[in-house]
Write a protein that binds this ligand. Structure first.
Ligand SMILES: *Cc1c(COP(=O)(O)O)cnc(C)c1O
Length: 360
């Protein structure tokens, strides 16, 4: 068996130890005589898996007791609609800060259900920075302020929570959840599709402050209603059992790694290694303002874009995969989520150096 170094933006690389554990338990989970894929979600075996996953997530992320944790389906994209369905609470609209394609999509889909005020956007600058907080045109009567803390495509990240003057902050953390310590109490709601930093696709994590629940838009289906999902422990219907189980193993792995502080330090070191090299070598460019650069997704371009295909081909030949940039921005992108090792990033930097050397 030979595993590649996988820089895919998502679904993305998972911790090797977790995959090994999944393999070891695949046919017979914990003496139950069956696979997790074959269990009833109502049986005590799966209930114990589900509860342990929530407990471990609460511990590793530091989720206060007055927040609910939901395991939903439909990805982050479904949350673009579920958020206004649940959080408008009688108000007419919400503020959206657009720092990349994902935030733009969230605002567009949110706009089908409420009045969306794009309070700030960096689109005119091709999403290469976070607009200054002082320039935001927030509506004091907004139901919430929606941000995308990490823009997966453009590689732009908030490194601190913005002040929203008491209006609940809602965050699509799909691509940087659990990548560093955060203060959950600064958020009204956090959501994230699992397939970047948590586990396989198919499960979506929602962390929401209890007092925001219970006032959905009329005709909101029960299965989209956070309060009903919470009251039924995310089991109004069959949940994505296997993805939930693997996510639970990843939360345990994070605890074994030393939790958010240790993981955050390692992610900072990985990102610094790659950005420092890019900044030192004129052949490569990252267009994002330094203070707003993502620790998770690092887009870069070559001085000669005609060499892109050769770069990717040569990378593949030495086992480095998933480096093609998103079609909307072109160039390259290295996604270096929690499960990417520092050795993996070093291998990329070594290859980039070699590629430059063989150019001249
Ligand atoms: C990947 C991604 C999404 C889309 O997630 P799905 O689970 O495919 O719906 C949304 N927002 C961000 C920030 C992402 O990285």
């Amino acid at each position: 068996m030979k595993r590649i170094v996988n820089f895919s933006a998502g679904p993305a690389t998972l911790p090797f130890e977790v995959l090994q554990q999944v393999q070891a338990e695949l046919l017979d989970w914990n003496g139950s005589g069956m696979s997790v894929m074959e269990m009833s979600h109502r049986d005590k075996e799966f209930m114990s898996i589900a509860q342990a996953a929530e407990q471990d997530l609460r511990e590793v992320m530091g989720i206060p007791a007055n927040y609910k944790v939901l395991f939903m389906q439909g990805g982050a994209t479904a949350q673009f609609s579920f958020v206004p369905m649940n959080l408008l609470r009688g108000k007419a609209g919400a503020d959206y800060i657009v720092t990349g394609d994902w935030g733009k999509k969230a605002a567009k889909i949110g706009g089908q259900l409420c009045k969306v005020n794009v309070a700030a956007s960096a689109e005119a600058d091709k999403f290469t920075h976070i607009p200054e907080r002082g320039s935001w045109n927030l509506d004091p009567d907004a139901a919430y302020v929606h941000i995308t803390p990490n823009e997966t495509i453009h590689g732009v990240e908030f490194h601190a929570e913005p002040d929203t003057a008491g209006v609940p902050l809602v965050a699509d953390m799909s691509s940087n959840i659990l990548s560093r310590p955060i203060d959950v109490s600064k958020y009204g709601l956090i959501y994230a599709g699992a397939q970047k930093n948590i586990g396989p696709s198919g499960v979506t994590i929602v962390v929401v402050r209890e007092d925001l629940l219970g006032e959905t838009l009329p005709k909101t289906p029960a299965i989209f209603d956070y309060k009903q999902v919470a009251d039924n422990e995310s089991m109004l219907n069959t949940p994505p059992c296997f993805a939930w189980y693997v996510a639970g193993l990843v939360f345990k792995w994070m605890k074994q790694q030393g939790g958010m502080t240790a993981i955050g330090e390692r992610n900072a070191a990985k990102a610094a290694l790659l950005y420092d090299y890019i900044d030192s070598e004129p052949f490569y460019t990252n267009p994002v303002r330094k203070a707003d650069r993502s620790r998770m997704n690092v887009p870069f371009t070559l001085a000669n874009p005609e060499r892109d295909a050769d770069f990717l081909k040569g990378a593949k030949a030495v086992g480095l995969s998933g480096l093609k940039g998103h079609r909307s921005v072109g160039g390259m992108r290295a996604s270096i989520y929690n499960a990417m090792t520092i050795d993996g990033v070093q291998a990329l930097v070594d290859y980039m150096k070699e590629f430059v050397r063989t150019q001249s």
